[in-house]
Design a protein around this ligand. Structure first.
Ligand code: BGO
Length: 280
């Protein structure tokens, strides 16, 4: 038995390394991801008689197929199936960081958000309504200050509980009538392919294919999923005709729209003292 695995995912500079160190202390091992020179860090965490393997995934802004780092992260989540994912988010840069979060949630990963740099956010008078953010995302959110070890105990307890509960529903962003219609068509065809369904969630795959994900396209070509690829081409053409833009761009827009709404609902930005002085 491989033991329970917790993966760490986050943007570069979100404080992922600091969280990793807090969780694992000196019990670390540094190697490489197979076939590439990207560093792979692993460590152990003991909690209430259980031992968890913590795997630090490369820092990344997205989970597309644009870089080795993105691919390592997303392949690990699909194929190694960690019991939980800690998504380290920079609270002082919430909007940008949530792009990765929404991607993890759309993949159906079992996520707990570590809302790190909480001290920075506080200093900049960024007030985050944590229950509201957690509710909108559909996953637990724990504020942390990794450099001072604040919130780490709560984070560990929350992750352990989340692993036990095993309740995770993929996030469903509404991409608008036209795109949803094409996603439905694609999902239907994908679901007829047992090999594909065993590997990827159908809706996620449909979205990625409309987004022109090269790796997945190549994989489907290799596996001879002709019907799926034909529908992708048709849907993309159809959407381009109706909406006058590439599906990829529209999907990114809608995802940002979703995040924007979420931030508006959960975050208030007050003026700092300095700003107030210059304003008056
Ligand atoms: C330097 N709060 C604050 N204020 N800072 C934090 C927190 C937090 O919660 N968490 C991390 N940091 P990484 P990635 C640094 O290294 O863990 C800081 O890329 C410096 N270094 O200490 O490396 C952390 O793994 C000199 O800052 O992130 C680090 O995700 C001057 O955020 C940086 C100032 O953390 C990135 C900071 C020589």
């Amino acid at each position: 038995e491989r033991g329970k695995v917790i993966a760490l995912v986050g943007n570069p500079n979100s404080g992922k390394t600091s969280i990793f160190n807090d969780l694992t202390g000196a019990r670390q091992h540094v190697g490489n991801w197979p076939g590439v020179t990207v560093e792979k860090k692993e460590g152990k965490l003991s909690y209430q008689g259980q031992t968890f393997n913590i795997v630090d995934l490369p820092g990344t802004y997205s989970l597309g197929a644009y870089s080795e780092d993105e691919l390592i992260a997303r392949n690990f989540i699909f194929f190694d199936q960690p019991e939980a994912v800690i998504n380290v988010v920079d609270a002082s840069n919430l909007e940008r960081n949530l792009y990765l979060t929404t991607q993890l949630l759309e993949m159906g990963a079992n996520v707990v958000v570590a809302l790190n740099m909480f001290d920075e956010a506080r200093a900049r008078k960024i007030e985050i309504n944590i229950p509201r953010l957690a509710q909108a995302l559909g996953v637990p959110v724990v504020p942390t200050v990794a450099t001072r070890g604040e919130g780490i105990k709560e984070l560990v307890a929350t992750v352990a509980k989340k692993i036990q509960e095993k309740t995770c529903q993929p996030l469903k962003i509404n991409y608008g009538t036209e795109i949803e219609k094409e996603l439905d068509k694609l999902e239907q065809i994908i679901k007829q392919d047992a090999d594909l369904v065993a590997k990827y969630p159908a809706r996620w795959l449909a979205i990625k294919l409309l987004e022109d994900d090269e790796r997945l396209q190549a994989e489907l070509q290799k596996e001879g999923a002709k019907q799926v690829l034909e529908q992708v081409a048709k849907s993309k053409k159809q959407l381009n005709e109706i909406l006058g833009e590439e599906a990829e761009a529209i999907i990114a827009d809608r995802r940002y729209g979703f995040i924007n709404g979420l931030v508006k609902e959960a975050v208030t930005r007050r003026h700092t003292l300095e700003e107030r002085l210059t304003l008056s």
